[in-house]
Design a protein around this ligand. Sequence first.
Ligand code: BGC
Length: 367
Amino acid sequence: MSQMSRIIALVAAGALAVTMSACSSGGTAGAGGACNVGITMPTRSLERWINDGEQLQKKLKDAGCTVDLQYADNKVDQQISQLQNQIAGGAKILVIASIDGTALGPVLDQAGKQGIKVIAYDRLINKSPNVDYYATFDNYKVGQLQGNFLKDQLKLDSAKGPINFEPFAGSPDDNNAKFFFSGAWDVLLPYVEKGTLVVPSGKSPKSDAEWASIGIQSWQSDKAQAEMDNRLSSNYGNKKVQAVLSPNDSLALGIEASLKSAGYKVGTDWPLITGQDGDKANVKAILAGEQSMTVWKDTRKLGDQVFKMIQQIAKGEKVEVNDEKTYDNGVKVVPSYLLEPEVVTKDLVQSKLIDSGFLKASDVGLG
Ligand code: BGC
């Protein structure tokens, strides 16, 4: 046998072994069979979605499933056509992290008619009966952790105030943003009402229901930056902002850039700022004292749970959920699996994020 034909034979044997293990571990017929999965994620512009998509894709492929993974550049129409393609391409299960949680009704009707199961990933899909399961972190708790962090750091129960404070909320089309805001606002609003916290910009919702009035469309850092620039230049004069409620890391980055350009300095007048996700740039900001915390959601655990759901669906088993009351999408209460978010501050970066392998020390300038 020539060298070349030996290589070809080896490659062919390898391919056969992969195909066989795919069939046996997937336990399904043909290319993926019942485990034929379409994954649609909102955007590649945020680290977390890249990790979420790639981790889940790998787990599924390793188990012999057929997988199509798509990102939609935060464009609703693009996500809809990706879903149409996946339905036409024979997907049996759709895993969707939606961009606009209310825009998928018609495409999911098609999925429903073909008996395709739909898992809402991280973000709930609203106003559609064709959402079978929802897997996410406890979104209300994310906001509560941010609110309680500010409450404890500012000692709001004993502080006299007035403490200058600016709240932000996430994208108005993302159902999660409402939960994040309510969780935080239920903690903080009483102190705004008492006057311990004051909001010089006036961008202070009177109730949870008004959250979208301060929402930052598409969670964009540059929009958060422009908004903070405006608030500071129009309302602050000689005053300093002392605390900012930022619902996530992408907004926090914009707010931090704005503070820098307004001349704020870490160690002198830099305010407290919250975040969420544990993105590399934000963990660096935490280490540099520019961000006070992030609410960490170990997205590997979310991937594991969704992987389990997919296997249970593909095998016709009962799907494990742990919440059947919280997430009403306007048509039905979607059976959900909620995971626990946790606070990470500077002193917890090593033990929580690095020792667990979520980030590499070198990603954040350590080690
Ligand atoms: C996710 C957050 C993320 C945000 C922006 C939310 O739906 O739960 O983790 O920061 O979207 O992408």
